[in-house]
Design a protein around this ligand. Structure first.
Ligand code: CA
Length: 502
């Protein structure tokens, strides 16, 4: 049996909207799009907890976060747990993880199950990053996306051609603070269209939406936008790092005296009115974000070119995804964390000529716990019982099994973290509706509860209200739907063993 190689490319915070194959028209990603054109685009792939560390744990273990215990950014992976790389490794695959890990460091949390690993500590840096390679600290020079790509290609070239390989190529980009490669700074001179919900007033929604500190208008920092931070901040030409002190850019400052200075070029920006400042922040955010993605697109192109040159394209599954989605100005936000669509949806493109017809798309619901069982299935290895996901392999040739799930589950545990003030919640989405319960009890981050014990439900009709602006939970017309969705939520929590708070 000629088992396929698997290359799993995952970016950090890459929204589906910022991949041109998804058809939103805000940028161009020709290399990533090749996977859609030559393979399949998934339109309803969801994350079980819209934040870095828990999503990565779910992908690696095939389990939900209450099972793998990686519920927040501060709960690191117990690396003695079984994971998909260990199963593939013992099943004869050559395995590697290169790039962002973010599941903890040191003996108890570093990668296990990989023949080779070279990862960024924590969030990692965009320029001249440190890396931890097989327990050794090394200093790299250059741009992080290029370094991860070079290391990935080097590893692929060194692989034994007699055995299949499994590579997890994990980019840091386009994570905050969105530092583009200098050669990409000229891209996207034209302004990006403002999303319809940029000026959302958060009426008709839970309190959580209005409370979140993820607003482009008021919560972006100088470092986020590559600007000189006054008073103890950065200097022109200095690179911000993940440990830089971050201060927010004023939103309602005396605009006659506000001067923002580009940290790379010393260009000065002044503003005549508040709207001008708001749109400046949006454009600057989007363009920096999209420019970092341009480098990832180059990287994907290099890997696909290598597969062509090496004659490996036919027998190699290539996946492009992100650890979750991201808000690109929808509801006025940046960041993620919420079950609202832009952060909940994961982009997912997959090419595998042997089993996938070119240029197809899939609307079945699946989620990140399904990835590990899928890898094992295509490798003709058994899927262990502890894994809670299900292989999506049948979906790849367009055959959704009759008993396929129609529900994706999400739970965000980090109630009111100081930076984003996002509230804890869980919920489900099916093809038509989304039910959310905001339990708001501070569970997950001890000591952050404010003692206000309000509980809220939301129901969105994703067909009638795709922008998710109207909570219809209390609308009499949806009474029966509320009952059905609550029942589906209970069933899902029961199935996966998560404990309801409602
Ligand atoms: Ca992330």
């Amino acid at each position: 049996m000629n088992r396929p190689n698997i290359i799993f490319i995952m970016a950090d915070d890459h929204a589906a909207k910022a991949i041109s194959a998804y058809g939103h028209g805000i940028n161009s990603t020709p290399n990533i799009d090749r996977l859609a054109n030559e393979g399949m685009r998934l339109d309803h792939c969801y994350v079980t907890n819209s934040i870095c560390t828990p999503s990565r744990a779910a992908i690696l273990t095939g389990t939900y976060n209450h099972v793998n215990r990686v519920t927040t950014l501060n709960t690191h992976l117990d690396n003695t747990l079984p994971n998909v790389a260990k199963h593939l490794q013992s099943g004869g695959y050559q395995t590697a993880v290169i790039g962002k890990w973010h599941l903890g460091e040191g003996k108890d949390h570093q990668p296990t199950g990989f023949d080779f690993w070279s990862v960024l500590p924590g969030q990692g840096e965009y320029f001249d990053p440190q890396m931890i390679e097989m327990e050794a600290n090394i200093e790299e020079s250059g741009y992080v996306t290029d370094i991860i790509t070079d290391k990935s290609l080097n590893w692929l070239r060194d692989c034994d051609s007699g055995r299949p390989f499994f590579l997890m190529c994990h980019h840091k980009a386009p994570h905050r603070e969105w530092e583009p490669h200098p050669e990409k700074r000229h891209l996207y001179q034209e302004d990006v269209k403002l999303p319809e919900t940029f000026d959302d007033d958060y009426q008709n929604r839970s309190r959580a939406a209005a409370a979140a500190k993820m607003r482009i208008k008021s919560d972006l920092t100088y470092a986020d936008l590559g600007l000189i931070q006054p008073e103890g901040g950065s200097e022109v030409g200095e690179r911000s790092t993940s440990t830089s002190t971050r201060r927010k850019i004023p939103s309602k400052a005396d605009l006659s005296t506000l001067k923002l200075i580009d940290k790379d070029t010393a260009e000065v920006f002044t503003f005549e009115n508040e709207r001008q400042l708001e749109e400046f922040k949006y454009q600057r955010y989007l363009k920096r974000y999209l420019r970092t993605i341009a480098s990832i697109d180059d990287s994907v192109g290099r890997i696909l070119d290598y597969l062509d040159e090496a004659g490996l394209a036919e027998n190699t599954i290539v996946i492009y995804t992100s650890d979750q989605g991201f808000f690109l100005g929808e509801h006025g936000w940046f960041d993620k964390r919420f079950i609202y669509e832009q952060s909940f949806q994961m982009p997912f493109l997959i090419r595998y000529p042997a089993e996938i017809e070119a240029g197809t798309n899939c609307t079945s619901i699946c989620c990140n716990v399904d990835f590990a069982p899928t890898f094992l299935d295509v490798a003709n290895l058994p899927v262990p019982n502890y894994m809670q996901g299900r292989s999506i392999r049948p979906l790849l040739n367009g055959n959704q099994p009759a008993d396929w799930t129609n529900v994706a589950y999400h739970r965000y545990w980090m109630h009111k973290d100081p930076d984003h003030n996002a509230y804890a919640h869980y919920g489900i989405r099916n093809q038509r509706y989304k039910l959310i319960y905001w339990y708001n009890d501070g569970f997950g981050l001890p000591g952050t509860g404010d003692g206000i014990e309000y509980k809220e439900w939301e129901l969105f009709d994703c067909k009638e209200d795709p922008l998710e602006l109207f909570n219809v939970y209390s609308d009499a017309a949806y009474e029966q739907i509320v009952r059905e969705m609550t029942s589906q939520l209970n069933d899902k929590m029961n199935e996966i063993g998560d404990i309801p708070e409602h």
